[in-house]
Design a protein around this ligand. Sequence first.
Ligand SMILES: *Cc1c(COP(=O)(O)O)cnc(C)c1O
Length: 464
Amino acid sequence: MRYISTRGQAPSLGFADVTLAGLASDGGLYVPESWPQIGAEMQRDWRNLSYAELAVNVMRPFIVGDIPTAAFARMVHDAYATFGHPAVTPLVQLDSNLWLQELFHGPTLAFKDVALQLLGRLFDHILAQRSQRITIVGATSGDTGSAAIEACRDREAVDIFILFPKGRVSPVQQRQMTTVPSGNVHCIAVEGTFDDCQDLVKALFADAAFRDEVNLSAVNSINWARVMAQTVYYAYAALQLGAPDRKIDVAVPTGNFGNIFAAYGVKQMGFPLERLIVGSNRNDILTRFFQADDMSLRAVEPSLSPSMDIQVSSNVERLLFDLYDRDGRATAEALAELRTKGRLTLGENRHAAAKATFSAASFDDAAILAGIKSWQERSGYVLDPHSAVGVLAAEACAPQRDRPLVVGATAHPAKFPDAVERATGKRPALPDRLADLFEREERLTEMANDIQALQRLVRQRRRG
Ligand SMILES: *Cc1c(COP(=O)(O)O)cnc(C)c1O
């Protein structure tokens, strides 16, 4: 499979190069040259496969020519063996024709593990083939650092440094990072804010000599391999509910458009996904876009679902590319307009094409809390504040529910205990395999907000 950039100026690349590159050299995002087609007969043959077996089959067309199938199958099986449920992403029925797909059984209790557990192994494999190593440095406000750490821990060719603002991440989030005992994992508590941490990382990347010296890299949210790994659970849900002979709708809480874009990909591959429903919190640029052709940038406001507090939704570029008939120049111009004017409108035809597949709805904090409370009372199921946005969007956009509707449950409620307690009056417990989190030993380095100190630390600690 070859991959092309959404801005049309970068060379097309194979899977391994795309995985290491993240962003294309013209600033675009990589997409497959064409979507593999999975016909009805093949879908029927795949109905009884385990999650990992299905994952190998669904992803094989994307990696052929770059990763040998046997090695890939090993990586896939290892990645999903880290999940705490035998079905990996099990479906739970919430109401008639309404299912939750629990995407949070990975090591850090959020859906990003599905992609990152595989991505870490892919990095290791590709780097070993090329006799290369990388140093990953990232900043976190608490939520995404642990998924990156779990993805990279014990990987031979990777060292990872995660910066977080000292005393400003929640105790659960901090411990999910600092109690990982692996020698290639380095947690750094910076005297400062999250913005200070981000500025330090930016300064590190801006120093070209240092960047080359340590082979600096990032775990990028726009990496194609992450989208690829996320396609699998939509195929899994569709097959569980009767694909190819029955259509389903899906609803996904999203900020960066990564998760729902994977659903769009599975639809292009021939699986019977009908309507794709986007759930936003008060940062509602995607909802305004789908409802009213209004993609205009506003300030990011903090919400109860912090992993969706985003205005510039980077993965939407992959959809724009298709809406502009895969014309890279037109896509680049549209994005330039968004950047310079702060607003993009698609016009009637392109917007109608988007609406033919997507619906959207947004919810403020009060609605999220009410949604968690109401579903807990109606069904006993406790939603986290992200999954709640998905369920609320499903109810708003598909009130009839005349076919099965699957909502992506993106986090375990114990990952966001304060919001859940506010809604239900009860603090959700951590699952058994994390129950001893507060007894585990922490390992972290405290550091001043100082770029020289950071460079010294990275040089000292990284291996090889
Ligand atoms: C990252 C994240 C999201 C949003 O994912 P997108 O890639 O923006 O679609 C939703 N919920 C949780 C819990 C997350 O961690």
